[in-house]
Every structure is written in structure tokens, then in C-alpha cells.
Design a protein. Structure first.
Length: 539
């Protein structure tokens, strides 16, 4: 697989390949030039490794982010320099002759025009910048900072959903009652059944699963609710379930020294003859599901499992049987959105002053029926003066407030979980979607062509660039990061749309990575004055 441009690594991968290619050509055999190119390649190879390591951090320190930005800019500038150098000396000859002839002519020009001195001086400038970047990494002890950052523990953003009061919930009772009825039907006639709740982050999957559990848990011999998360600790999860379903201290004696195999065996022993209800919240991979699922015996006691996930592929793996069911969460309707919004701010859905009606509709449109967004923004407005101008400011600044306002921190964390879980190539594709304005229907074929043209896609064994790009498009749909639009009779998705809150997040990430500069109406969404504009989107 050829190296491609990515948001996290910039042009470092293609640059290393380009430098290796130059070393193999005739201009790389000239006295002095080869040595300089080899030196540059060695330096960038080391930086590439450090950058890949830092890119894996979920929330890197500000110093780490700044250093990564400096390395990306240095790589872009180096690539620009070599592109200009080759183009200047090529004089269009690459179109008239083969690649080999082109470099032979280039070498002759270098000898006759004395250009070697010029390239050596510019390479020396690049090497000076490399030295400065290396010294910054050492002086700030970035490896130590990154190590501390990766070990940070944060408050679980899903805890509020577990302890939400029923009276404060809106739009949950209908799905809760329908799903509870499905879970309980054919009681004592069938074996174990699984309900999988799938949807975009912040739609209320945890809340719905918890409400189902509250409604029906009295019908079961025992019940448990466990959080899985992106990096599950299987032993801890299994022991947590044992603690919830067993009241015998004797049974749990020495539980702290049980290994994974014994913990699973003990839980199976507990559940073998019981009608159990287990809620498994926030599953991120099929591997995690398989590791936990083996702890639940296939008894004939009408036991039930409810799983929540953001990923359709995971939801399908949880529900292999004909009696299992996948439930796709939908955004709140407009009336439910308004009810939740006004109730949170004014204490009642019927107390909104007339002057706030229009701006409220604009804010709710941006929330797109996402309960988490509605709750977060209404909490922000509840602490602001009840003046229309203040609400207008909030409407305009939701994107920038994601990074600055503590009231929106929980929403940002929830949305960022999905982004952080992506591999580098999918992060790049997702960030590219900030090229498109709000509510824009993004045509699949157009997007595929753009991704290939930008150098984000390379061929893989047995697959063309177009097939690879289309597979990335469908992966984002599978992970519920974009919404499919227009599914054809052949099952192909014609286009997609990005939720407004996710669009705000990816614009924020694009600014952070200096990936895309967005010019939108009268404002330019760009905050890093230390960097050049690399990609420009005029909306």
C-alpha cells in the first residue's frame, strides 16, 4: 500500500517515498546532493515514527499538539521545495520524454547551471528548521508529557445517562414500552434473546437501555448493567456482573485473585439456571462482544441481553439469531426537541417568551434532534442573561464553544469518542467532510473522486483506489458518523449527510490539525496564524 496524505501525519509518508525515489534517480547521484537528501530522509524517518506514536493519543498535551503541527508544516514545506525544484528544472520535459530521460536532463542542468549550490543552501535551511524542531522535542521532554497524557483518567461522560430522572426524559417512553414488550413476549417459551440498540453518539442509547431495565427488571431472577467502553477490561466487567447478580459473600470469596477464565466460569455457574437480564452498554468491537458473550449460558429460562453500540456491524454480530432484534435509534422529533429544550431552560415547555421562538428554532435545527446536544446547549443558555442577543451569540459560536465552554464539554467528549476510535485513514476522510456546508447532501461518487485526487487513497492488493475510497465511505456509515441518503434498489448508498454537531466537531479538529481552512460567508474559520493555509474551502 503506497503512503498517503493523512490529517495526523500530513505529507510525511509521501515525502519519505519521494526522497527515496530521488535517491534512486540521477539527480540524487550528484556530488553533495545525494548526501543531503539521505540526511533529510533520515531525519524525517525518525520524526515520522514519533508523530505516529503521538497520533495514537486520545487527548495529547498542548505542547505535543504544537510539536506535531510544526513537523507537519516542515514536511509540507519540504515536499513543496522538492516539487518546485523538479518542476523548475524539468521545463515540461516530463511530458515529452520518459521519466528516466527527464532526470538525466535534470542532472545535466544541475551541472551546467550551478544549481547544486542553490539546492544545498535551501536544504541547509530545512536542516536548520529540523534541528530547531528536534531541540524543542528534547527541551520540552515531549515523550514524558505524552506518556503522562495517555495515562490520564477522565470522568465517564455516560454516567449522567445512567442516573437521569424519569421525569426529566422526553421521547423515551414510546420506544421503551415497545422494546420492553418485545423483550418480555413469549416469556418462558424461548431461550435467550438479544436486543441490540444502535445509533449515533448522544442519541440516548444508554438512557433507553436503562429505562427498559427499570421497567422489566422485576420479572427476572437477577439483572446487571455494565459499561464496556473502547478499551474494555474483560475481567473487571465479568467480576462487576458477578457482584451484581450474586449476594453470597461465600461465593465471591477470593474473587480478586480470579483470572479471566475462572471469572467467566463462575458467572456461567451463577446464571446457568436463572432467568437473567443483562444490559451491556457501549460495545465498540466484535472482539469485545465475543469476549463478554461467552460468559452468558444459553439456557431455556427466557433470559435477555440488551446491548448498545454506535456501530452497525457490532450490532449485527450481537444479534445472530432469528429471534434477536436490532433497534436503530432515531433523533427526537421537532415537538419532542422543543419540549426538552424549553423544559430545561424555563422549567416548562409552555413558558418560552415570544422573542426567543425564532432563535430557538435555529438552535434546535443545529441540534438535529440529538438529546445530548439539546441538553448541553440548553444548560449553557440557562446560565446566560435572558436577552435575545445572548442567544444569538450562542447560536453563532456553538462550534468554537465546543473547545472553550465547560457546559459543552460533555457533548464534545461523547462525540470525540467516535472520532478518536477511528484509524488514521478514516479520520482523514471524516475531516475532509468539513469541506461541505451544513445540511449538504454529499454525493458518494463526487466524494470518492475528491479523496483520490487529494492523495488520501492508495490502491490495496486486489482493490482499486475507487473501491478503497468507497469502502471508507461505507465504514463511516457503518460507524454512524455520517447519515446515509438515497439507498438504491441495489443497496448502494447514493450520498450522505453529516449531522450539524458532528460537523462542528470535525471543523474544530480540522482547525486543530491545520487540515482545512473554511471561509463561510463573512467569517473565516481558521485560528492557527503560525501555519500556511494548506486546503481552502469557500462556502
Amino acid at each position: 500500500m503506497a503512503p498517503v496524505v493523512t490529517a495526523a501525519l500530513g505529507a510525511l509518508g509521501p515525502l519519505l517515498a519521494k526522497l527515496a525515489d530521488l535517491l534512486a534517480k540521477e539527480c540524487g547521484r550528484l556530488k553533495g546532493v545525494r548526501r543531503e537528501i539521505r540526511s533529510l530522509r533520515s531525519e524525517f524517518f525518525t520524526m515520522h515514527g514519533a508523530l505516529k506514536s503521538y497520533a495514537k493519543l486520545e487527548d495529547p498535551d498542548d505542547q505535543v499538539k504544537e510539536w506535531m503541527s510544526l513537523v507537519r508544516e516542515l514536511a509540507y514545506d519540504t515536499e513543496d521545495f522538492f516539487d518546485k525544484f523538479i518542476r523548475k528544472l524539468g521545463d515540461g520535459g516530463v511530458h515529452d520524454a520518459g521519466f528516466k530521460d527527464f532526470f538525466r536532463k535534470t542532472a545535466r542542468r544541475l551541472k551546467t547551471l550551478g544549481a547544486r549550490h542553490g539546492i544545498a543552501n535551501q536544504i541547509n535551511d530545512l536542516k536548520l528548521r529540523i534541528k530547531e524542531v528536534k531541540e524543542l522535542k528534547t527541551s520540552y521532554k515531549l515523550d514524558d508529557v505524552a506518556g503522562r497524557t495517555s495515562g490520564n483518567s477522565a470522568v465517564d461522560p455516560r454516567l449522567a445517562a445512567l442516573f437521569a430522572e424519569e421525569a426529566h426524559l422526553v421521547g423515551v417512553d414510546g420506544p421503551r414500552d415497545d422494546l420492553a414488550k418485545w423483550v418480555m413476549e413469549d416469556e418462558n417459551k424461548h431461550g435467550r434473546k438479544v436486543l441490540s440498540i444502535v445509533g449515533f453518539g448522544g442519541l440516548g442509547k444508554t438512557t433507553l437501555a436503562n429505562e427498559i431495565c427499570r421497567k422489566i427488571q422485576g420479572h427476572f431472577d437477577c439483572h446487571a448493567f455494565v459499561l464496556v467502553s473502547q478499551k474494555p477490561d474483560t475481567i473487571k466487567i465479568i467480576k462487576d456482573m458477578i457482584s451484581q447478580v450474586s449476594y453470597s459473600d461465600e461465593f465471591k470469596k477470593d474473587m480478586e485473585i480470579w483470572d479471566e477464565k475462572k471469572s467467566i466460569s463462575k458467572l456461567r455457574e451463577l446464571l446457568q439456571e436463572k432467568m437473567y437480564l443483562v444490559i451491556i452498554d457501549d460495545i465498540w468491537s466484535i472482539v469485545a462482544w465475543n469476549a463478554i458473550n461467552c460468559a452468558f449460558p444459553e439456557n431455556s429460562c427466557s433470559s435477555r441481553i440488551v446491548a448498545t453500540t454506535r456501530i452497525m456491524e457490532v450490532a449485527s454480530s450481537c444479534c445472530p439469531g432469528p429471534d434477536d432484534q436490532i433497534y436503530e435509534m432515531k433523533p427526537l422529533s421537532d415537538p419532542h426537541s422543543e419540549r426538552l429544550f424549553f423544559r430545561r431552560i424555563f422549567g416548562s415547555e409552555n413558558c418560552c417568551p415570544h422573542m426567543f421562538i425564532e432563535v430557538s428554532k435555529a438552535i434546535l435545527k443545529k441540534c438535529g434532534g440529538l438529546p445530548l446536544a439539546i441538553i448541553s446547549i440548553s444548560g449553557l443558555l440557562a446560565n446566560r442573561p435572558r436577552v435575545k442577543e445572548e442567544w444569538e451569540k450562542v447560536k453563532r459560536s456553538i462550534g468554537s464553544d465546543l473547545n472553550r465552554n465547560q457546559s459543552l464539554e460533555g457533548m464534545k467528549n461523547i462525540l470525540s469518542l467516535s472520532y478518536n476510535d477511528l484509524p488514521p485513514h478514516l479520520k482523514t476522510v471524516l475531516l475532509h467532510l468539513s469541506n461541505f456546508p451544513e445540511d449538504y447532501v454529499i454525493d458518494r461518487e463526487r466524494l470518492v473522486r475528491q479523496l483520490i485526487a487529494e492523495g488520501f487513497i492508495s490502491e490495496e492488493r486486489g482493490r482499486s483506489c475507487q473501491e478503497v475510497a468507497e469502502s471508507y465511505f461505507y465504514e463511516l456509515i457503518n460507524k454512524n458518523l455520517v447519515q446515509p441518503v438515497g439507498i438504491g434498489y441495489d443497496g448502494m448508498v447514493r450520498a450522505c449527510r453529516v449531522h450539524d454537531m458532528m460537523l462542528e466537531l470535525i471543523i474544530s479538529k480540522s482547525i486543530e490539525e491545520n487540515f482545512i481552512t473554511v471561509v463561510n460567508g463573512s467569517q473565516t474559520i481558521w485560528e492557527n496564524s503560525q501555519c500556511f493555509i494548506r486546503r481552502l474551502s469557500i462556502q
